[in-house]
Design a protein around this ligand. Structure first.
Ligand code: ACO
Length: 320
């Protein structure tokens, strides 16, 4: 019998501190009006000094485990997507594993920037649907406030911190129906945090630098093409999706993509207004929100999509 992987529970966590657009007005030359009309963002959450990506991941993971009615000991694989790991090594996945009190099963990080959760979930699906793992914990956790230059208005208004997690378990019913991942390193320069550590010092700039407009156009094109690819692979039409959960970077990117695909905004889950762009955490945060507020129902078709630095992009189609 074919074996599928299916999401058994979701969880998320947002740091307590909220940074509003109004507060940003006193930090850089910007306005609430500019940020809202150009990005749709109203506020974002900011981690406290002592919080690490693994702390955010831990809170989200505990909630996902509760929702799945499982204990940490039931987890036999951890894949954690982050661009802002706790340290150079060990991986944030290993640090999370220790916090969860587990001592076995593979644990590793995935670095695909804003597509990180899509890459991580697609990878976990290979382990679970092939029978290698029974219950995988798949997490996106980010603290972008640490790699943003707070004096650069072009970037600092866009990002926020948070984490989202899912438990992916073996199932005889679908589940994840398809995943498609892409990358094109030819676009690595238009969105990067190009610093590195050498000889105990940071070389180059460790802050996010981007060509906003080029990124915007690339994101819309990639999200549209990935959705069309997923539809074709599953013999579905855009009207067959019940929910579209794209990466949350900018409401205008989301609206343009939905419009091109003919998906009404009522079927699109959006959190960018409250969370800003939380990179690898944005899709699982939005998914958890829509699961917990009761929007997502059994058997519905859900399309998850990511796009981000690399460039990387991809989709996952699942039946709830
Ligand atoms: N407040 C006020 N003015 C600003 C701000 C700000 N925070 N930031 C930029 N501006 C100014 C610019 O300096 C420019 O001024 P100028 O015309 O005098 O030079 C003007 O606003 C317009 O700038 P544009 O870049 O043309 O504005 P645009 O409508 O493209 O919006 C934005 C900019 C929001 C960055 C948009 O391009 C965008 O969202 N791009 C995608 C970026 C992104 O999401 N990156 C994240 C990672 S990738 C991903 O997640 C897919």
């Amino acid at each position: 019998m074919a074996m599928y992987s299916k999401i058994a529970g979701t969880g998320s966590y947002l740091p307590k501190k909220i940074l509003t657009n109004i507060e940003l007005e006193s930090m850089v030359d910007t306005s609430d009006e500019w940020i809202q009309t150009r990005t749709g963002i109203v506020q974002r959450h900011i981690a406290s000094d002592g919080q690490m990506a693994s702390d955010l991941a831990f809170e989200a993971s505990c909630r996902a485990l509760d929702a799945a009615n499982l204990k940490a000991q039931d987890i036999d694989l951890i894949i954690l997507a982050t661009t802002t790991p706790d340290m150079i090594f060990p991986s944030t996945a290993c640090i999370l594993q220790e916090k969860l009190g587990i001592t076995d099963g593979p644990a590793f990080d995935v670095q695909a920037v804003c597509s990180g959760f899509i890459y991580a979930l697609a990878t976990a699906d290979m382990f679970v649907s092939s029978g290698k793992s029974k219950n995988a914990l798949v997490v996106g956790a980010e603290i972008y406030s640490r790699i943003v230059d707070w004096s650069d208005r072009n970037t600092c208004v866009l990002f926020g911190d948070g984490a989202g997690a899912v438990v992916l378990s073996q199932s005889e019913q679908p589940g994840i129906l398809s995943s498609h991942l892409h990358a094109n390193g030819g676009y690595s320069k238009i969105l990067a945090a190009p610093g590195r550590i050498s000889g105990g010092k940071i070389q180059g700039t460790p802050f996010i630098a981007m060509e906003g407009n080029t990124v915007f156009k690339f994101a819309v094109k990639a999200l549209e093409e990935a959705a069309i690819e997923s539809l074709a692979a599953n013999n579905l039409k855009a009207s067959d999706f019940d929910w579209f959960i794209p990466h949350q970077a900018n409401i205008r990117i989301i609206k343009s993509t939905a419009h091109k695909l003919g998906i009404p905004m009522e079927k699109v889950v959006t959190t960018v207004d409250r969370h800003g762009n939380t990179s690898a955490a944005s899709v699982p945060l939005a998914l958890d929100l829509a699961v917990r507020d009761g929007r997502i129902l059994s058997n519905q078709y859900i399309l998850l999509e990511g796009v981000g630095g690399g460039f990387t992009w991809g989709s996952i189609l699942l039946q709830w």
